[in-house]
Design a protein around this ligand. Sequence first.
Ligand SMILES: *Cc1c(COP(=O)(O)O)cnc(C)c1O
Length: 390
Amino acid sequence: MQTFVTHLECSLTGEHYPADRVHGLSASGKPLLVRYDLDAMAEVLEREEVSRREGGFWRYREFLPVRFDANVVTLGEVTTPLIRLPSLEENDELWVKDEGRLPTGSFKARGLALAVAMARELGLKHLAMPTNGNAGAALAAYAAKADLRATVLCPADTPEINIRETSELGARVFRVNGLISDCGRIVGERAQDQGWFDLSTLKEPYRIEGKKTMGLELAQQFDWQLPDAIFYPTGGGTGLIGMWKAFAELEALGWIDSRRPKMFAVQAEGCAPIVRAFAAGEEFAEPWQDAQTMAAGIRVPAAVGDFLILRAVRESGGAALAVSDEDIIAARSQVAAAEGTLLCPEGAATFVAWRQAKAAGLLDEGSRSLLFNCATGLKYPLTDHSTMLD
Ligand SMILES: *Cc1c(COP(=O)(O)O)cnc(C)c1O
């Protein structure tokens, strides 16, 4: 299989880097993005052909950097369903993309499948990362399948299910008395003497390519007409940046037009660095002190791709919105009982943000909005609504 990769590019300076080498951040300490020969791709690939292929994100093979099929690692990825929420949508159209159906129950599978395939391709042996839970589990699963070693550092109060899941899947797990940023610092400091390759969010170029497939997939599912708004629970922001990149690539291929959804970055009130930077009109986000929220997946005090998130949100005419933990918990119960769809806390946060955006007049009447349920609701402690009957 050929790839259409031409080079990698610094997301801040545009400086070029050669493909097929091991890369972390660019020389200026910013994420590297993979670039493709989209003209060549347009000549040989048609969207109808891609749509006919078997489901799951590997159907977008040409949009991905893996050169040899033998390095592809699969655990039964599926195309995640779009579920409409008619009883909650009022005069709008409201959909959820349920990413909880992927291997290890979260959309982290997309990014880690790609990172592990590329690690194999580049001959890396031992992968390490900081995690709030789901990324570590996805790394453990794909690394096990690919016969690579995995070491994961997580805050000690990471949801217990994630910690147990990750170690069952064969990774070495360290609970750290601190936040994900502390775990990330330890991975960075110890990588060299431990022989680890650092797979931190956006500190290597390939997880975002996996997350990008959310944008390709939803475009295809909506018959190449993007929704009017996308609500994305934003930690490191890989998915939001990845989808934004996917839309540009699809437009370059002539598969979609130039209209874009308003991108809404959703954070928790107890950890909202992107929301604060958005409101202040800043290009980069200051780290958030004393980050606190029950939505572990978005408890990320500092994101190396902050400026890319903020750029996409601003260019799209969207916004960055913060929601409270109380509203998240209430929204989870409401959506579950009304629509039979159990969201994870981060997914429920996007529903709260959608209501907030509507109330603030940020959406046109009749807008089609898409929420992201990034993980299965079953991974999280749930509210007890039962009654004891003796
Ligand atoms: C990782 C994660 C997020 C945040 O995703 P990013 O693309 O890193 O911003 C949100 N929710 C859940 C459940 C996650 O695991």
